[in-house]
Design a binder for this molecule. Structure first.
Ligand SMILES: Cc1cc2nc3c(=O)[nH]c(=O)nc-3n(C[C@H](O)[C@H](O)[C@H](O)COP(=O)(O)O)c2cc1C
Length: 411
């Protein structure tokens, strides 16, 4: 079940040129299982047809506070109570100003004032309108009162300018809605152990072997698992990322330390997600003294680092195992090879290199398991993490019987 299933989203559309993207937003929200109702400002209704919004949401779009028939069917107060979340996309400078002043001069403003639901605002306007001190102060005032501002983005504008003021992309707005409507119970009661980030293998007191991993994917997975109701432990190599809410974090540096931390926790875990980019090799000898230039001219002797995933796979009561395969080529083949070689339940293959894979970039994945697989199209990492957690929950559900049998037979 998607996090938006059965959620009631009130979509406010104001008079920005970006109103043409509101029907797509409504449709995507509906595809995720949300019930959507549109409220258009006077300007919004001039730029996008209420009939089109009705067609994509399956409910009449409301445009006026003074509509006898609509008010009789569902009063503006009932509409305010009905909403689990109000998202105003696009939000004009004028609508932002009205909201900041707490005006109840039209239906959207009145509903916002009367509702306890979270309010998300996706500004869309010319860059000068956005950077104007009045708009900035109004936006800051909304933020202070707990509204979530999504964007705006930087880029080419309808008026020909380039700058900040474009409405955020539809997936980014949906992600913000998902965050605001809260958690699911997909992984309720599950203990999930996740590794993230790189490891550092010391050569001498000032040098180490490492890789480009930033920890982004592992941290997003930890956050998504916690939001899905899991009890999450995150073992991470060195990274600058803040700890996601509700996640227990343990910092380690080397592959050996990560192995020890994982083995101490794996037994009690239901799911283990090995997302860390563990260094494959570690220096065979650590030099307690800084190596001199002349010493480092010699070849560095390396030995393989411990294989953490394989270590957990050998446990008699092993958790559901998810590995990652970051590949520069033949993603599916390499992911399947890893699935077999390591005896794990699922491998997430993704392409890395040439600006792909590391940090806050968009990513796609080919997820494989014995006898099946699924592709996840290009998306931002938080979205990817949520989809992966959903898929893991789904696969664990299918394999619940086996998991439970293994556990109870060992008790
Ligand atoms: C074609 C057109 C496009 C517009 N686009 C924007 C826009 O992107 N952002 C904005 O703040 N105002 C825009 N405006 C101006 C608003 O429509 C105007 O300020 C209006 O009063 C907004 O009312 P509302 O916030 O109640 O919808 C546009 C106006 C026109 C005629």
């Amino acid at each position: 079940m998607h996090i938006l299933t059965n959620k009631k989203i009130l979509l406010g559309v104001s008079g920005s040129v970006a109103a043409y993207r509101a029907p797509e937003l409504a449709r995507r929200l509906s595809e995720h299982g949300a019930e959507v109702r549109a409220v258009l400002t006077e300007g919004g209704a001039k730029l996008i047809s209420p009939l089109l919004m009705q067609a994509v949401t399956g409910a009449p779009a409301r445009c006026s506070l003074w509509d006898e028939a609509a008010e009789a069917a569902m009063s503006h107060i009932e509409l305010a109570r009905w909403a689990d979340c109000i998202v105003i996309a696009p939000a004009t400078a004028n609508t932002i100003a009205r909201l900041a002043r707490g005006e109840a001069s039209d239906l959207l403003g009145t509903v916002c004032l009367a509702s306890n639901a979270p309010v998300l605002v996706a500004p869309a306007m010319n860059r000068n309108m956005w950077s104007n001190r009045a708009t900035q102060e109004n936006s800051a005032s909304l933020r202070e009162r707990g509204c979530v501002l999504v964007g705006p983005d930087h880029g080419q504008q309808a008026c020909g300018d380039v700058g900040e003021g474009r409405m955020s992309a539809v997936p980014d707005i949906i992600e913000a809605v998902e965050r605001s409507v809260g958690v699911s119970d997909q992984l309720a009661g599950q203990r999930v152990l996740i590794t993230a980030g790189p490891t550092r293998e010391p050569i001498d007191p000032v040098r180490f072997l490492s890789n480009r991993s930033t920890g982004t994917m592992g941290f997003e997975l930890a956050e998504a698992a916690a939001r899905a109701g899991a009890d999450v432990q995150l073992v991470t190599g060195p990274t600058a990322r803040p700890t996601p809410p509700g996640v227990e974090r343990l910092d380690v540096v080397t592959a050996e330390e990560m192995l020890n931390a994982v083995m101490e926790r794996a037994n009690g875990s239901h799911i283990f997600i090995a997302c860390a980019a563990v260094s494959d090799y570690t220096p065979a000898h650590y030099s307690p003294k800084k190596l001199k230039r002349r010493d480092s001219a010699e070849a560095l002797e390396l030995k393989p680092s411990p294989d953490i995933l394989a270590g957990v796979a050998r446990l008699p009561e092993r958790p559901f195992l998810v590995g990652f395969a970051a590949e520069t080529q033949q993603v599916e083949e390499n992911a399947r090879a890893k699935l077999e070689a390591k005896g794990v339940d699922m491998v997430v293959g993704n392409r890395v290199g040439k600006g792909r894979g590391f940090g806050d970039v968009q990513t796609s994945a080919r997820v494989v398991w014995e006898g099946g697989g699924r592709s996840i199209g290009k998306c931002a990492k938080p979205e990817m993490a949520r989809r992966l957690i959903g898929l893991i929950a789904e696969r664990c559900g299918l394999e619940n019987v086996t998991l439970l049998r293994t556990r109870s037979s060992a008790q």
